[in-house]
Design a protein around this ligand. Structure first.
Ligand SMILES: NC(=O)c1ccc[n+]([C@@H]2O[C@H](COP(=O)([O-])OP(=O)(O)OC[C@H]3O[C@@H](n4cnc5c(N)ncnc54)[C@H](OP(=O)(O)O)[C@@H]3O)[C@@H](O)[C@H]2O)c1
Length: 210
């Protein structure tokens, strides 16, 4: 819960917000243009269903307070606890170890820096006209996991071999959306903008591997 000082227009009666995070994987990937907050979710796997259930739980439990942030492809300084690190660091380690990297080229995403995301979340929460509901927050632009891996290798000047593969949107039995780019339309409308994904990636890599 984020508690706000003072009285601001648009804030709920008790001046608190319930902020929770959800995922691009609530969408099925049939579109080829960025998903807005109004697009109908259609999760393809249990993970997406649990994210959607969480959205509904938050919005139903605290309709005046809940702010649901949908985001995508996160990487940041502290890594993902459930995955033993983040995607970017994983590819850097593989490239440095001289491994050949096979990476999906059929899934299009908007990889997002947790540094930019956290700043955008804070800006959103402090906005006096913020209303409860769902907001998309991702770095601008889009790429495939293959293109993201190529960018990592290029920015750091690594000599790894990266091979594009088409796994038909599947990792084992798990179905993934072929397209899950999010449109930050509602946040942009409030003047909250995130930089392009490649700028964010360069900043992250220079800071971490300088
Ligand atoms: N990672 C991504 O690329 C990505 C993309 C889109 C959306 N998201 C969304 O972002 C959110 C966080 O994902 P993440 O990848 O950052 O996951 P994560 O690294 O696994 O972090 C999850 C966090 O939740 C805590 N947690 C898990 N179960 C809990 C419980 N029962 N009670 C209290 N805390 C609990 C974990 O605590 P411990 O550290 O103690 O285990 C951890 O700090 C999720 O809603 C996810 O859908 C993530």
């Amino acid at each position: 819960m984020h508690r706000f000082k003072g009285s601001r227009r648009g804030l709920p009666r008790h001046r608190v917000r319930l902020v929770t995070f959800s995922s691009d994987y609530v969408f099925g990937g049939d579109k080829r243009s960025p998903y807005s907050e109004d697009d109908l979710p259609h999760p393809l796997q249990v993970y997406g269903i649990t994210r959607l259930a969480g959205e509904h739980a938050a919005l139903a439990t605290a309709p005046e307070h809940a702010v649901v942030i949908r985001t995508c492809g996160l990487y940041g300084a502290s890594g993902a606890t459930s995955k033993g690190g983040n995607f970017v660091d994983g590819r850097v380690a593989e490239a440095r170890a001289g491994k050949t990297i096979e990476m999906a080229m059929e899934q299009t995403v908007a990889p997002t820096s947790t540094d930019d995301l956290s700043k955008a979340v804070l800006a959103l929460l402090l906005h006096p006209a913020l209303t409860p509901g769902i907001y998309h927050l991702v770095n601008e632009g889009q790429c495939s996991w293959y293109e993201l891996t190529m960018a990592i290798v290029q920015i750091l000047g690594l000599s790894a071999k990266v091979i594009p593969v088409d796994r038909g949107g599947k990792t084992g039995a798990m179905r993934r959306p072929l397209y899950s780019v999010l449109d930050n339309r509602k946040a942009r409308h409030l003047g909250v903008a995130l930089p392009p994904w490649r700028d964010a990636l360069e900043r992250y890599l220079r800071r971490r591997y300088g």
